[in-house]
Design a protein around this ligand. Structure first.
Ligand code: ATP
Ligand code: MG
Length: 194
């Protein structure tokens, strides 16, 4: 599951757990982006902090792990490079799924070299409040690109909203793991802190 995870929240964790069960996966690898290709216009928290928050959030779940692949790769991150690297690492027998929210799937067609992803993995597109998968049916998806839809319990949680809440000291309890919120406050990631 790829994401900026700035910070990771229960929307991400619920989506990963749902994919694990619905698609009978052996595990979910969380892949915090290095320098995300589609967020170059934004200030993004350092990769190391985002990686550590993802580790904290997933620590108690034996089916969840976190990869440093993108965090350690210099330059801008392209999903296609990551998927092909995972394909190489796990060999042709492994069945790979790339879990994303429906909004991210809508971007698939604009990804660099998205036709190279045909046969590399199956996309799992999670429905998320405000992102209608109907729009997605009319897109010119490269032939052979496999995209499965997945219903997740609707959670209108976003990292953007959490960052803004933390910056203005509004509550974030129950939106993300308490330990992640504590880590963010301790390191003053989203505001001045106390
Ligand atoms: P931001 O607001 O900074 O864009 P975000 O909450 O969208 O952050 P990302 O790290 O961009 O989080 O998301 C990683 C992946 O998780 C994306 O594919 C996104 O669609 C999906 N996702 C994010 N929030 C939810 C949610 N509440 N429910 C389901 N999927 C989600
Ligand atoms: Mg997002």
């Amino acid at each position: 599951m790829g994401g900026t995870f700035d910070p990771i929240h229960y929307g991400h964790l619920v989506t990963a757990e749902e994919a694990l069960v619905q698609f009978n996966l052996d595990g979910v690898v969380f892949m915090p982006t290095g320098a995300p290709a589609r967020k170059t216009h934004q200030v993004v928290t350092s990769a190391e902090h985002r990686y550590l928050m993802t580790v904290i959030a997933t620590a108690s779940n034996p089916d969840f792990t976190v990869s440093r692949l993108e965090v350690d790769r210099p330059g801008i991150t392209y999903t296609v490079d990551t998927v092909l690297a995972l394909r190489d690492a796990h060999g042709p027998e492994a069945e790979l799924f790339f879990i994303t929210g429906a909004d991210a799937v809508l971007d698939i067609v604009t990804w660099k070299d998205s036709e190279r992803l045909v046969d590399a993995c199956t996309f799992i597109a999670a429905t998320r409040p405000g992102h209608d998968l109907a729009a997605f049916d009319s897109l010119p998806i490269p032939a052979g690109l496999r995209v499965e839809r997945m219903e997740v319990p609707a959670l209108a949680i976003s990292s953007t909203d959490i960052r803004s809440r933390m910056a203005s000291r509004r509550p974030v309890r129950y939106l993300l793991p308490e330990a992640v919120a504590s880590y963010a406050r301790k390191n003053r990631l989203y505001g001045k802190g106390d």
